[in-house]
Design a protein around this ligand. Structure first.
Ligand code: CA
Ligand code: CA
Ligand code: ZN
Ligand code: ZN
Length: 551
């Protein structure tokens, strides 16, 4: 806090050393904050005059020269103001009018808007104008990678911790940690990194340390300004500090500043993202009050995936779940949802938006009742005029699922009890299976095991005479060597694409359908188009750390 009276400075330092005040009961505290707050929040000095505006412009990357006794030349200052006005959708007058000052006083992140500046056109500055070197071990918050410093984390699982001495005085500590866990999870839902809260390792071994502080805090070279204006700052591949003079609130609150939103933004910096002034982005420098649904938009996803790649991986089984819905006129409509299963969790995929449902994956255990909780081999929806049966397969058994009651049958209306042996219900079908799908037109279930496929007639309850056959005979590759050959993870009939897909590892092969045949009569029936990457057709199906599955 340069220039602060010595008395105030001493007071602040004393405040740091004083023992923390006793914590009242958290609920009462957040409801009745002003009366219980040990010290009223300091207010940030409003930016109301030229020197304050100059400090703002150089602090947040809009003006080159650090303000000297006379500040930067008037022309350079006007230029910086114009740039600032432009990105803030204000008339670019270059004058410090009331609207411009108001924009400077809006709550914002402490990381400078480096990337918002146009590339430097001016000749190199003389040496004497170079900014002073940062204090040892504490560079200013920034995201532009200096030479030789990596732009992104190299490891795939990062640890984080809310420092014990740095917890906020405003929310219960468990609530703060829950919100931070959710913030990390939101990034891991769209990128191939995951995040683990680490309460045990020595501090130096924790990748991302988070803390709340007021004014001068935690030995940080940046001083917080009191309530208003700067609400947090972060270091690329480093730590995050929140200004505890702000009124941080949980995601359910309409008031104050959403801790979740600020944390997601600052984590974006830690991961290597700069500011952007694009509406809808979480990386806008100013705080945007919470929308009803808060999530990472398309370009935030693309920006982080540019640094870390997109999510790849194999699936145990993938299927469309068909259900009948009546509209207000009583007419029946068919609706379907697409599910991707991997290990013990699953995603619902929104075909219309081409993305997973917000907040997925979730545990199989909590979304499906009475079926195995992990590593499902296959799913089949047997669907004729008379029958409507859904089966999950695992090992040598299968389960029938009651979609009305949303749980597996223990016994169905025909008196079959479940789980049942596959060899009993589907004579001639081996186990365990790789995958299966139901062909509604032919009323056949195709079961896959290793390099073989079995066509099962659901009306006669037996394998067709000519089967099993090689998968390559029934589903030949258009390019013969471009084929999964064996051990297909999932044969998935997609109603959104009216196509059958074979999934194996992180690749898929699309099977030639009627429309393809009409357009290109030379294509072999049931032929496989060359393989493609699952992640290029079904976007952002990303694992999260197991510890955050129940956040
Ligand atoms: Ca502040
Ligand atoms: Ca499978
Ligand atoms: Zn920021
Ligand atoms: Zn700090």
């Amino acid at each position: 806090m340069p220039g602060a009276p010595a008395v105030l400075r001493a007071l602040l330092l004393c405040g740091l050393a004083a023992p923390p005040p006793a914590r009242p009961e958290p609920l009462l505290r957040s409801r009745d904050r002003p009366a219980l707050e040990p010290a009223p929040p300091r207010r940030a000095q409003p930016i109301a005059d030229l020197p304050a505006a100059q400090r703002f412009l150089s602090k947040y990357g809009w003006a080159d020269a650090p303000p000297g006794p006379r500040g930067p030349p008037a022309a350079a200052l006007a230029q910086a103001v114009r740039r600032f006005q432009k990105v803030n959708a204000l008339p670019a007058s270059g004058r410090l009018d009331a609207a411009t000052l108001a924009a400077m006083n809006r709550p914002r992140c402490g990381v400078p808007d480096t990337r918002a500046l146009p590339p430097p056109a001016a000749p190199p500055r003389p040496k004497r104008f170079l900014p002073p070197p940062p204090p040892p071990g504490a560079p200013p918050p920034e995201v532009a990678a200096p030479r030789g410093v990596p732009r992104a984390f190299a490891k795939r699982t990062l640890s984080w911790r809310l420092l014990g001495e740095g917890a906020s005085g405003q929310l219960a500590e468990a609530e703060q940690r829950r919100i931070l866990r959710l913030a990390f999870r939101m990034w891991s839902e769209v990128m191939p990194l995951d995040f683990r809260e680490d309460l045990a390792a020595p501090g130096a071994a924790v990748d991302i340390k988070l803390a709340f502080g007021r004014g001068r805090h935690l030995g940080c070279p940046r001083v917080f300004d009191g309530s208003g204006q700067e609400f947090a700052h972060a270091w690329r591949l480093g730590d995050i500090h929140f200004d505890d003079d702000e009124h941080f609130t949980p995601p359910t609150s309409d008031a104050g500043i959403s801790l979740l939103k600020v944390a997601v933004h600052e984590i974006g910096h830690v991961l290597g993202l700069p500011h952007t002034y694009r509406a809808g982005s979480i990386m806008q420098p100013n705080y945007v009050p919470q929308e009803p649904v808060f999530e990472l938009d398309w370009s935030d996803r693309k920006a982080i995936q540019k640094l870390y790649g997109s999510c790849e991986g194999s699936f145990d089984t993938v299927f469309d779940w068909i259900r009948k819905e009546r509209n207000q006129h009583g007419a029946v409509r068919m609706r379907f949802s697409t599910y991707f299963f991997r290990n013990s969790w699953y995603w619902l995929y929104e075909n219309r938006n081409n993305r997973t449902r917000y907040g997925d994956p979730i545990q199989i255990l909590s979304g499906w009742h009475g079926i195995p909780t992990q590593h499902i081999d296959a799913f089949v929806h047997l669907w004729t005029w008379r029958r409507d049966e859904r089966y999950f397969f695992k090992g040598n058994q299968y389960w029938r699922y009651d979609s009305d009651k949303d749980q597996a049958y223990t016994e169905d209306e025909q008196g079959n009890s479940y789980p049942k042996l596959i060899s009993e219900g589907f004579p001639g079908i081996p186990s365990p299976l790789d995958t299966a799908f139901y062909d509604r037109r032919k009323q056949l279930i195709y079961f896959f095991k290793e390099s073989l496929v079995f066509a099962f007639d659901v009306n006669r309850n037996q394998v067709l005479d000519s089967y099993p056959m090689k998968i390559t005979e029934v589903f030949p590759g258009i390019e013969p060597q471009n084929h999964p050959f064996r051990n297909i993870d999932s044969a998935y009939y997609s109603y959104a694409h009216n196509s059958l897909f074979f999934f194996k590892g992180s690749a898929y092969w699309k099977v030639v359908n009627d429309k393809d045949k009409q357009q290109h009569s030379w294509l072999p029936s049931n032929g496989l188009f060359p393989k493609q990457s699952i992640s290029e057709r079904w976007f952002d199906i990303c694992d999260v750390h197991a510890s955050t599955l129940t956040v």
